[in-house]
Design a binder for this molecule. Structure first.
Ligand code: HEM
Length: 248
């Protein structure tokens, strides 16, 4: 069954470039990611502060692991062509946003669901054992951030009424003047990576896995949002009841 799937990937995709192959092979996963409850909330233009803060916490873990893995493999032949720390690195911008929302001691306050830890663990493992697959993860996150991510930034700003870009550094890429041109460059760099057949198939499978890991993070995070919002509602009700009792 697994071999059959591999064969299919081989047959369907032999003639195109890596950037085309990766886009084709993750097309269904992209639709599934767009249809997670968290991304649907975004598309309805209704993201809550709880959702955004929890998302930033997970992004911190993810980019810390991804960028550590990229940095330590920056000379690897499959990483060097797509290594753009000045243009793409997100870790510092997520840190700035976390400080904005949680204060200086944000490191003690952030909460991360199990799925995020699993994703970060996978990134570290790939960085150690299969750096040639890092491109699958870098593509999934960075090209996503430069595509739909730009819309998500505007929705976050509007939904939360954030002024002057405060708390929104994650979405801003000062080193990229045209996301579309940059994506073209990135795709051509991806296409220059030399992979043998097994590596190519492994890489495409890793890209599907990268989307899957993101979907799991969004689902786990949304469960946390529901609990947090229920708890704060309960606290409000209790406080309101207390106040009413005191008043009477
Ligand atoms: C590309 C929308 C969520 C990863 C795109 C594009 C759009 C888009 C309009 C450009 C397509 C093109 O240039 O052909 C959205 C929307 C989302 C969403 C509305 C949710 C509300 C995600 C998520 C991920 C992701 C959660 C991954 C974690 C990507 C990637 C690309 C992309 C990797 C580049 C595709 C390529 O050109 O190869 N997205 N997206 N997207 N998105 Fe998303």
């Amino acid at each position: 069954m697994e071999t059959e799937k591999k064969m299919q990937t081989q047959v369907e995709l032999t003639d195109s470039d890596l950037s085309e192959q990766i886009k084709a092979v993750t097309k269904d996963s992209h639709v599934r990611a767009e249809n997670t409850e968290l991304m649907l909330a975004y598309q309805r233009g209704k993201v809550s502060l709880t959702q955004y803060k929890l998302l930033l916490c997970s992004l911190y873990e993810i980019y810390q692991a991804l960028e550590e893995a990229l940095d330590s493999n920056s000379n690897h032949p499959s990483v060097a062509p797509i290594y753009f720390p000045l243009e793409l690195a997100r870790l510092e911008s997520v840190e700035r946003d976390l400080e904005h929302f949680y204060g200086q001691d944000w490191r003690e306050k952030i909460v991360v669901p199990a799925a995020t830890k699993i994703y970060a663990h996978r990134l570290r493992q790939i960085g150690k054992d299969n750096p040639e697959y890092l491109v699958a993860h870098a593509y999934t996150r960075y090209l996503g951030d430069l595509s739909g991510g730009q819309v998500l930034g505007r929705i976050t700003q509007k939904s939360l009424g954030l002024k002057g870009g405060e708390g929104l550094s994650f979405f801003s890429f000062p080193g990229v003047s045209s996301p579309n041109l940059f994506k073209q460059l990135y795709r051509s760099r991806m296409n220059s990576i030399e992979l043998d057949e097994d590596e190519r198939i492994g890489m495409l499978e890793e890209a599907v896995r990268a989307f899957e890991l993101n979907i799991q993070v969004f689902d786990d995070l949304q469960k946390m949002v529901s609990v947090t919002e229920r708890e704060s509602e309960l606290m409000h009700t209790t406080t309101r009841n207390r106040c009413t009792r005191h008043a009477s």
